[in-house]
Design a binder for this molecule. Structure first.
Ligand SMILES: Nc1ncnc2c1ncn2[C@@H]1O[C@H](COP(=O)(O)OP(=O)(O)O)[C@@H](O)[C@H]1O
Ligand SMILES: [Mg+2]
Length: 246
């Protein structure tokens, strides 16, 4: 029997000041959770929507990413990426120079994340990933920042939809050439088992988010179903698999 090892929970950062609610059996307090607040801009018109939906899709397939929520702002919805707490260990910001070391320590997680990125069309993983690379038993790898995927993979929603309908996009990945080919298959199969209706539920929200209208959301769901059906080919294109040693 293989031994299950404890993994630390992903936890978020609580700021110092808290105030008692004043009632409630569990002595609840009002407090602030820190977050990185993101908004749409000229070159990223669907960032808020794409961050939010990417988080839903990640949770659906079991890929660990920072949790996030919509926050209300006078000028419309923004996205709050909850700030990961590093208590008792330190996480490294994974850039290209750390990629090989990360893929070696976290082979399964790296493969899962890379296939997920291929599906959501995320070409922007370098610098948007945190992992514990220190000598410690706290194994943790967390994806961040999906504001360059889905409907914000290009400057405009139309251009993004065009890219989403291509099997040669994204053009590569942080873990290119570093993943054991056999580890790619389970996540490909997991994504390929998702029914159309479930993709639609994840993508089609209750209304417009910034400039992303319900029709755009429905077209994204179709594009993601198409990418699901072509996922093996898309993954092949990103050349994730390490060269096989004879
Ligand atoms: N949930 C989070 N927890 C901790 N740090 C974060 C989180 N989200 C973003 N960051 C930090 O903020 C930086 C910028 O955020 P990011 O979402 O990548 O925005 P940008 O679109 O500017 O790249 C990241 O490189 C990361 O260091
Ligand atoms: Mg970033």
């Amino acid at each position: 029997m293989s031994e299950e090892r404890d993994r630390p929970f992903v936890a978020y950062t609580l700021s110092g000041v808290r105030q008692a609610v004043g009632h409630g059996a569990t002595a609840p307090e009002i407090g602030d959770v820190e977050a990185i607040i993101k908004q749409d801009g000229g070159e990223s018109r669907a960032q808020v929507y794409s961050e939010y939906v990417a988080g839903r899709l990640a949770a659906m397939v079991g890929v660990t990413v920072a949790a996030g929520v919509f926050v209300a702002h006078a000028r419309g919805l923004r996205y709050a990426s909850l700030k990961i707490a590093e208590v008792g260990f330190a996480l490294t910001d994974i850039e290209a120079e750390h990629a090989a070391k990360t893929a070696a320590r976290y082979p399964v997680e790296a493969a899962n994340l890379a296939v997920f990125d291929a599906w959501i069309c995320n070409a922007d993983r370098a610098g948007n990933l945190r992992a514990n690379l220190a000598q410690s038993t706290d194994n943790m790898l967390i994806g961040l920042d999906h504001g360059g995927s889905l409907l914000s993979v290009a400057d405009t929603i139309d251009a993004a939809l065009e890219r989403l309908r291509r099997t040669d996009w994204p053009p590569g990945h942080l873990f290119r050439g570093m993943v054991d080919r056999r580890l790619l298959q389970p996540m490909i199969e997991r994504i390929q088992s998702i029914p159309d209706e479930v993709i639609q539920d994840a993508c089609i929200l209750s209304g417009t988010v910034g400039s992303v209208m319900l029709t755009d959301q429905a077209i994204l769901a179709e594009a993601l179903a198409w990418r699901r059906d072509h996922l093996s080919e898309i993954v092949e294109h990103t050349r994730l698999a390490a060269k096989q040693a004879d």
